[in-house]
Design a protein around this ligand. Structure first.
Ligand code: NAD
Ligand code: DAU
Length: 340
């Protein structure tokens, strides 16, 4: 498990995962392959860029020639975080989601099987199960019922991963995690968007009635779970990862405003996301029982630390919010008319 290829390691969860591994293990050697799309940011990794256990390679996971050349160098493990990850963008432009999330995963799988990679971990999402009503939880045997182009592309990738395990004997695992929050999250996602808008006294755009529910997990707890799966899971197993921490969106927004001492008048209800899933909730008892995983962060502590991190790292997110992202934001949110 020493030579690890992390894809998408310049993004939110991938960069946290690389930090997690380097802090925890002296004898792991990580290659981070990332295309540096709008979501990839090497600023997430500046303090480890000279670490001899780490190297960065810019490449597209869809480009089979580049990926084969890289994988032929010999890796014990591939952990695939690389993806188009934002649901709203998948509604605006679905094609790139199929390209990256489906074709990119297949290209990695093919290289893994040809060059004898010992373990392939696919970082998937709870969104493959679709939406829940007011009760119940997703288990690993819940039917797959994706509803957005993003979640449909992730579901297709899951099927390919499991098929490569079944047909070619590649040692594979799939993890399906709920919503993450924490450091280095791109400010298009709910929590960093609301923190950074509030800090700038800009409106906080809440979709629909704000009563959609997500099950929030600190990114470090997600990283710990992926690490356990990578090292200990039996081949072919799927693991749900979640924090038992369901919150409505409006509750999250109010927590952020209170902590920053900003008025609730900044909240602006806007048109709903098309096909917006109402509720996600994860049953992660299999992961707890098989691999002894437990989340370490309470949401109360984790969200305060996250808010503080964004307050202390204004340069990190201002650089993002003043670039190409600004055009995306204006287009995406101008289209959503104010609903109150
Ligand atoms: P992110 O958008 O922050 O990062 C994605 C990374 O992938 C970026 O660095 C980007 O440059 C890279 N990338 C995109 N296309 C690429 C390509 N063709 N080749 C190489 N690199 C490419 O995403 P994230 O939030 O860190 O999510 C990481 C993974 O975890 C995704 O697979 C996502 O589906 C999954 N996931 C995310 C969450 C969440 O709450 N954010 C929850 C569960 C699962
Ligand atoms: O559940 C795991 C998934 O969580 C991951 O697979 C995805 O990669 C990740 O982006 C996330 O998807 P969501 O769509 O749940 O996350 P997002 O932060 O975009 O939205 C969270 C909730 O907040 C959702 O109900 C929509 C709402 N929302 C979001 C934005 C960006 C708003 O009300 N206003 C907003 O401006």
């Amino acid at each position: 498990m020493n030579k690890i290829l992390v894809t998408g390691g310049a993004g939110f969860i991938g960069s946290n995962f690389i930090h997690y591994l380097l802090e925890r293990y002296d004898d792991c050697y990580i290659t981070n392959v990332d295309l540096l799309t709008y979501a990839g940011n090497l600023d997430n990794l500046t303090n480890i860029s000279d670490d001899p256990r780490y190297r960065f390679i810019k490449a597209d996971i869809v480009d089979f020639v580049s990926i084969s050349n890289l994988v032929s160098q010999g890796f014990d493990t591939i952990v695939n975080f690389a993806a188009e990850s934002h649901v709203d963008r998948s509604i605006e432009a679905p094609g790139i989601f199929v390209r990256t999330n489906v074709l990119g995963t297949q290209s990695l799988l093919e290289a893994a099987r040809r060059f004898g990679v010992k373990k392939f971990v696919q970082v998937s999402t709870d969104e493959v199960y679709g939406s829940l009503g007011q009760e119940g939880y997703f288990t690993e045997t819940s039917p797959l019922n994706p509803t957005s182009p993003y979640s449909a592309s992730k579901t297709a990738a899951d099927h390919l991963v499991l098929a490569y395990g079944h047909t070619f004997g590649l040692s594979v695992n799939v993890t399906r995690c709920s919503n993450n929050y924490g450091t280095y999250q791109f400010p298009e996602k709910l929590i960093p968007l609301m923190i950074t808008n509030a800090l700038a006294d800009k409106p906080l755009p809440v979709y629909g009635d704000g009563m959609n529910v997500r099950d929030w997990l600190h990114v470090r707890d997600h990283c710990c779970a992926v690490d356990l799966v990578m090292r200990q899971a039996r081949t072919g197993e799927i693991y749900n990862i979640g924090g038992n921490n369901e919150r409505t969106n409006i509750d999250i927004v109010k927590i952020i405003l209170r902590r920053l001492n900003k008025p609730e008048s900044l909240i602006m209800f806007v048109q709903d996301r098309p096909g917006h899933d109402r509720r996600y909730a994860i049953d992660s008892s299999k992961l707890r029982k098989d691999l002894g995983w437990e989340p370490k962060y309470s949401f109360d502590r984790g969200v305060i630390e996250t808010i503080e991190w964004y307050c202390n790292n204004i340069k990190w997110w201002e650089k993002i919010k003043s670039g190409e992202y600004l055009r995306y934001y204006e287009q995406m949110y101008d289209n959503r008319k104010k609903a109150n």
